[in-house]
Every structure is written in C-alpha cells, then in structure tokens.
Design a protein around this ligand. Sequence first.
Ligand SMILES: [Zn+2]
Length: 573
Amino acid sequence: MHTFNLEQYMRFSASHLESLVDERGRTYFDIFRTTPAEAVFDWPDYVDLPARYLEASILLQPVLGRPVTTAPALRRWLFSHFEQDGLCYRPETLIASHWAELFDQARLMYLLITGMMAHPEDGEFRTRLEKMCRTLKAKATFEKDYAYIEKIGIYFGGTLIRPLVQAGLALKDPQWIEFAGAMSRGIIDHSDHYGPDGSFSGHHHGHLGTLAGILAYAVLAGDTRLRDRVRAIFDWSRSISTASGFIPEVANRSDDLIVCETCTLMDYLDVALLLARHVDGRYWDVVEKATRNQLVEAQINNPDWLAEEPRRPDEEDIIRSDIRRRVTGAFAGWAAPHAQLGVAEEQQRDTWVKTPALQPRYWGKIRALQNCCAGAGVRALHQVWSNLATFADGTLSVNLLMDKAIPEAVITSFIPFEGRVKIQLRRDCAVRFRVAPEVPARDVRATVAGRPVALTPDGVFLNAGKLAKGDILEITLPLPARTETFTVGNPGFQSYKFEADWKGDTVVAMRPDPANPTTGYSFVMKTKIPVYFGADAPGLMYQRADWRADRHDVTPAALTEDSRAVDWFSLKK
Ligand SMILES: [Zn+2]
C-alpha cells in the first residue's frame, strides 16, 4: 500500500478522459441510471464540458507523464465553435440555440489561461484569450464604478471574474483586472444576490465560482471591504456544508433533496485556498478536511451500481457499451455525504429539447452523473495539489501534510496510516508546517538525524527554523480519534443524520442514521422520489476500515515534481 497522495487520484481520472470522449472529440454530459445505463450527448457538450475536459487533460499531463490521448480531438471539437467575434457558440440544433452563453465562456477562459501557462509555446491559447477578453469588455455596460454584461448575474457573468483576474495576470494587462473589479462591484454593491448575513440561494457552483473571482480581485487590489464581504459570504456557505466537504449543489433548495456536486466543491476549495494563502491561514484546515474526504471519495472507482445488462447497442449520441469502465475516474454529480449518488431524480422537463421525438432520449430517466464534475474533479485536485507546499522569502510552508515534490523539498506523509511525516530539503531554508487544530502543538515532535528540533508557533504553523540542504525533518504527531454527528437538509424540509468517525483530518467511516427517510419530495419532479441516505446507497464512500488502526506497511508513492507552471493562486503580477 502506498501513501495517500493526490497524484494517484489525478492519474486515475485519465481513464475516464480517454474513454468517454468519442472520436469526434465529443464529451457526454448525462449518465442515466437506466437499464442498461447510458451516456448521452447534451447541450453542455458543445462548449462547457470539452473546455473542462481539455483543461483537465493539460493539468494531468505532468503527473501522467504523457499527453491525454483524447486532447487533440477535444480541442478540434471545442475550437470548431469559435466564431469571428472570438467567442465560442453553441450551435443551433434540436437541443441547443445559437448562443455565446457567458458561463460557457468562463469555462473556456479557464482552459485558455491554463493552456497558456502550461504551454507558452502554443500561441493559440494567448491569441484566443486576448480576443475573448476584448469582446467581453465591448459587450459590457459600464456605470460609474461597476460593470455587467446584459444583467448583474452570478452564473451568467459573475463566473467570468475569476478567469478575467487571472487573464490580467497571465497577459500582464491590468485592464482585465480592472474590468473584473467593476464586475465585482456590480454584484456586491448593486445587486441583492447576498443577504446582510452572507446568505444566498441557488446554484452553489455559480456562487462560489463568482466569489473566488471577487476574492482574487480584492486581494490583488488591496480592497479589504470586498475581501471581508466575500469571507462572510463564504463562511455562510460553510455553515450549510460539512467539514468532510459535503457542499450542497443548491443553496436553500425548497424541497427534501440535498446533494453535493463536485463542481461546487471545486469552487469551494478555490475560495478556501485563496483565503488560506492571502487572508487567514485557518482556512487550510477547511481545505485539508474537504480534500482528504468528500473530494477523493467522490471519484468513481466502483460503478457496479450502473447496469450494463441487458446489452443494447450504442447509437448516435448514446453510448451504452463498457459504461462502467468509461465512467471510472469521473466524479459524483449528486453525492450524499456517504455515497456517490444521493437521489433518484430525473432531468428537469424543460423546453430545451425542441422536438417531441427527442424527448424520450432525455426525459423520464434517473440522472446518475453529470460530467461537468469529471473535469471539475481534476481541477479541484490540481488546485489543492498546487498549494500543498509553497515557498516564499526563504521559508518553505508545508500547508497540508500530504505527499508533494517541489524544487525546494520532497514531502512524504504517512497520514492517515501513521502520524508521521518526512520533509527532505533540497536547499537551505526555514521550514514551517501546519497540523490540524485538533492536534495539541505540545504533542508534535520533530527531529533531524535523531536530534530534537524546537518548534515555535508561527500563526497556524509550527516553525522548525533554518535547516540545511539534505536535512530530513522527521515529524510525529497524534491523529486524534473522534466521532462527529451531523445532519444535512434544506431549511424547513426533511433532514438526514450521519455519524462520522475521524482519525485526525480523515474520515475513516461514515454511518447514516437507520431512521433517515428513504423518499423525499422533489420540486423538479413534483412528487416524492427515492433518496439514498441509508446504508444501501449506490457507490458507498469511506470504505476505509483498514485505515482505522495504525499500519506500518505503507510505502512512499513516487511523486512528480511540480514545476509551478500552472499557478492560479500566487496572484503575482
Ligand atoms: Zn458538475
């Protein structure tokens, strides 16, 4: 058994990226829990998903040690939707209308910026990004100190702010940062999306993506008012989430259904990472607990809850063959706190299917996965992986006690199997590391070559002082066991109770209350439907019984050195 490391989960996702993209480069948004299960092409597969999958491919390449095989086809398909004005359009089809939708453009900008950072030699990313920024700004309405495109929206518009800030940094062009600031002020000062207590309603992924953008802008601009407002809103988001990283897909949903979308967790981690790095180190704890638990457990590793029988052939826009293998490595779209599928809800019977003949392809089928989350899961892993250890002003900060190789050090962590970490230095520098708030500092020991090293409190860190190249700092700490009881549910509706056994930062078992309801009202379907908050839910997570007791047979995983080429978090000009 190898140490717990994020690279293993990143590599595992490649099998999905390489097996559920067809020869035309098309992704498949819907996975339906039909008999047999089906992957179905849908409108997000024109721009949104191929942009996420292509970005994921770029993020994965260094740890995979080779390009993702489907990346060239994804790029051809996605880029075929660019038009003269530099935006990417959904085409006019029976499931889509000709439209350069702004959330699509946001996904695309994330890709173009990551592509530019990872492959500066590939000029197409830069030229397309510059043109997109110019066109978006030309579409904006500028009032006194704020701006918006068509309306002051969150999903539609707000989600552009994070990539606009990063575009300003990557292109070294401050006008995009100023544009992002004007969009931020529109949302915070000239809309009623957020209550005085930081509360909000609706699509949580859109809200958190927007908040990450406003926060990145506020940090760069030194705008403490915007910064503190985002922090308050994020703290409200935390109040409806769990420490293990269960973040509701919809805030204040008005029915009995509550599930975690991996996309939402991705943006939650983005905000928490920005807060931890630039505002308050206590948010590292939020990051570590959500990552070690819900994020990695949301990765599909045993989809035996999807039927492959009876065998039926694939057809245009529907894949049924090998469906379990094809979804392995993707991420949950509607997880419960303890399982990869929380509810048996069907797709909204909206008007987007333009002919009755096509409706049976989408309607009346239980949704198992939404594959926006497949790309989002990889991005979320990379976000955390790129922040595990940072180096500034002669000090190495080990922010999370997880395996990591960077130019300054190699970190090997035996957590959660043992409370033991080794930091091998590749240069002379000061070293500090962070332990969970549940661990008393007096119980943490550090040595170099058997000699005790004094540890000095340094904010949320313990500072081991200056060490030399070649030194190996050996740390031991307790992993306190505790049991936590929590409930999830929308205010005024049914709730579901769980018990989590923690070992340090890691959940080693999650037990649903046997009294949890087995059906719940869905406002989408306007009826009661099965919900999976019991012990027989599909895709049970936390099958970690052999993590509970300490074990000493764990060997260090091979690591990839992070070149830091793709950097969304230092916010350096
Ligand atoms: Zn998603």
